[in-house]
Design a protein around this ligand. Structure first.
Ligand SMILES: C[S@@+](CC[C@H](N)C(=O)[O-])C[C@H]1O[C@@H](n2cnc3c(N)ncnc32)[C@H](O)[C@@H]1O
Length: 289
């Protein structure tokens, strides 16, 4: 293992940041491919420790940093991991990098269900890396969840993330389009969550290259108006959600009112648009009858 002094590491970090990028991305690189967490670094400074040990040498880490800056490759894909809520998740270019605003979905669940300890059944449609379902399964060990996705490669990553985050078996994974893997759960679900692809085509065409060139199109594009998947999910939801069960959807910044109408047309009550940290109506929630 290559060894390095704190001083050397300090100057290396300074040099990398002078080329571009931000300190959080550099920390992710040092943690995942260098094997030095932010904590290791701070503790070494406080305890005046002489040397730190790296998983890979600095030349290699510099080459990854250069690739990130030159090609606009997302640092999470280059490092193979991302942090989301308190989870450390494996990510590859087969899954969307879970976004910070999506973390709020889990807080919405906490707000609705509080410390509910009875056994409930939930499903997540389009789980990607598994972030949302894993966070819910860990928070509610008595619940049973099923996380679905149309992409078997995404499901492999989600399954692995669950195994590495939890010792429980209260989350299962199933492959297929939207409701099709849930035929045996008709009328049985207490909660359904989805962050489906919702970007309208003209917006998709203009996405920044670090998103459009790297993240899966199937995770982002929601048809011409962005609502093709949201419509399908809401229209079939009454077949699967129990009376008084909840549906929570993430939507694009300007879709809240249209999605609210779709909930109402499909017999949902207590329909509400929930804002994200930027004040954008990012989520729509409702109760089936
Ligand atoms: C916006 S990503 C959300 C991923 C993850 N839940 C998150 O919040 O980070 C949408 C996910 O839906 C999946 N998906 C796309 N079309 C689908 C379909 N017809 N049926 C099921 N899943 C689908 C994609 O593969 C992708 O993983």
């Amino acid at each position: 293992m290559p060894s390095i002094s704190i001083e050397e590491l300090f100057y290396w970090k300074k040099k990398q940041l002078s080329k571009g990028g931000d300190p959080q991305s550099l920390s992710l690189l040092l943690d995942s491919l260098g094997g030095i967490t932010k904590n290791d670094y701070s503790l070494s400074i406080i305890s005046s420790k002489d040397n730190l040990y790296l998983k890979n040498n600095l030349d290699y880490l510099s080459s990854i940093w250069d690739e990130y800056l030159t090609n606009s490759s997302p640092i999470q894909y280059l490092c193979g991991i991302t942090y989301w809520r308190d989870l450390k998740l494996k990510v590859t270019d087969k899954v969307l990098i879970p976004r910070p605003e999506t973390e709020l979905i889990v807080d919405i669940v906490f707000k609705i269900f509080g410390k509910e300890s009875q056994k409930l059944f939930f499903a997540e449609l389009g789980t990607g890396s598994g972030a949302i379902s894993i966070a819910i399964s860990l928070a509610y060990p008595s619940w049973e969840g099923i996380a679905t996705d149309i992409d078997p490669d995404a499901l492999k990553i989600a399954t692995r993330n669950f195994i590495e985050s939890s010792e429980k078996s209260n989350l299962k994974f199933s492959c297929g389009s939207w409701w099709s893997p849930l035929e045996s759960f008709k009328g049985k679900l207490d909660l359904v969550i989805s962050n489906p692809p919702y970007i309208p085509r003209d917006t998709y065409d203009k996405l920044p290259k670090e998103v459009k060139n790297f993240e899966p199109k199937i995770s982002l594009l929601g048809g011409e108006d962005g609502l093709i998947h949201i419509r399908e999910i809401i229209q079939k939801a009454p077949l699967f959600i129990k009376n008084n069960g909840w549906l929570i959807l993430e939507n694009h910044f300007d879709q809240g009112e249209k999605v609210r109408q779709l909930f109402i047309e499909n017999k949902f009550t207590s329909v509400e648009i929930v804002k994200d940290f930027s004040g954008i109506g990012r989520f729509t929630i409702g109760r089936y009858k």
